[in-house]
Design a protein around this ligand. Structure first.
Ligand SMILES: NC(=O)c1ccc[n+]([C@@H]2O[C@H](COP(=O)([O-])OP(=O)(O)OC[C@H]3O[C@@H](n4cnc5c(N)ncnc54)[C@H](OP(=O)(O)O)[C@@H]3O)[C@@H](O)[C@H]2O)c1
Length: 169
């Protein structure tokens, strides 16, 4: 689950080591892409170039509230056009959710970093991908052509891990 039953990511899913891993990783990318509800809200967020998916625009427009953000409706413009408006011609893109946006880029990931808090139970929450929990997240990632590498322990006291799922060559 990536959010609770009211579609909010609760504090019980937030762990300092995972938040640090997430934040430091985003500091190294050239572009962040996410749906309107998945803004990461970190100290360095304002420094990051980003594309925000929304149907509030017909195709593309600059976000009046954030000079580094481009609003994108895929029904009206390509990702290439969105990148051009964002001013990012090449580099690393981080797709950070939510579930529909993860699926949209399914065939493009070089690596998907799956963090898990193994002791947290969230009945009726929102699955990380559509189809979860009917399918496991691991089934979905394998279906996207990705293969698990060795997990890293982020927080042993709380049993929080992150597993890189890499594209098989
Ligand atoms: N635990 C985690 O690691 C994690 C990761 C990501 C997200 N989350 C949490 O999950 C929740 C967000 O989930 P969400 O399902 O609401 O996802 P979301 O993708 O962040 O937001 C959905 C909104 O994004 C826009 N959108 C998405 N796909 C679109 C498309 N194909 N075309 C045009 N616009 C599109 C729409 O905005 P408009 O309504 O403006 O049209 C839609 O209402 C939040 O609570 C977030 O904090 C948690």
């Amino acid at each position: 689950m990536l959010a609770d039953a009211s579609n909010v990511m609760p504090g019980t899913l937030k762990f300092d080591a995972d938040q640090m891993f997430f934040s430091e990783s985003l500091d190294r990318v050239d572009l962040v892409v996410h749906g309107r509800n998945s803004f990461e809200g970190q100290p360095n967020s304002a420094l990051r170039n980003r594309i925000v998916l929304t149907r509030a625009t017909r195709s593309l427009e600059r976000d009046a509230s954030n000079p580094r953000a481009t609003l994108w409706n895929p029904a009206g413009a390509s990702f290439g056009d969105a990148r051009a408006m964002a001013g990012v011609a090449s580099g690393t893109v981080a797709v950070i959710g939510g579930p529909g946006v993860f699926a949209m880029f399914a065939s493009h990931y070089d690596v998907f970093w799956l963090s898990q808090a193994h002791r947290v139970q969230m009945p009726h929450g929102q699955g990380v991908f559509s189809g979860v929990p009917r399918h496991t997240p691991q089934d979905v990632l394998a279906g996207w052509g990705l293969k698990a590498d060795a997990p890293r322990v982020l927080d042993s006291a709380n049993d929080v891990t992150v597993t890189p799922w890499r594209r098989e060559l």
